[in-house]
Design a protein around this ligand. Sequence first.
Ligand SMILES: [Zn+2]
Length: 175
Amino acid sequence: MKLPDQLTSALCVKCQVPSSGQTYPFFFGNKIGQSDRHLFAMPGQQRIEITTTYSIRGQDGAFVCNSCVRSYKRRHWLAFLIFFPASIVLLVFAYFVWNRTGESPIRIVSLVAGLLGGVGFFVAVGESLKYFFEERGEVGSIIARDSLYDDFSANGFDSLFTPREIRHMKKKGKV
Ligand SMILES: [Zn+2]
């Protein structure tokens, strides 16, 4: 007999349908400050890095069903399936237009297509990383966090985080 993903069944915070899934943790808190750091300054050019720090006020959890977790993954896979071929087509198109048109102003078309293709390619790579490497637990926490954001902000908490985001911010000294 094949066991379901989880034996627990409850109302899913996202789709509001009772089904099998599990409770995923997330954290809530507030922005408490910003610091600006000038990375480099040259005449007429400077870059400022703004670091926001947060105070974590507590932890909560929400039940997310397995099919919402799967459909999150599926959405990123679909996005990859659209962006990847589209970006390749644009890049190939840009390459041929550039080579066939000599010095003509039509080359601008090639530049625009090449730029769009490049951006599309990076989006496709990002989407495929989300599909292949985003852990199930993290996905559940992302869905829980996004579904409850409005409730928490109505109660005075302006920032919600997944456990991985908390670990990342701790490393950077933001919490
Ligand atoms: Zn659901």
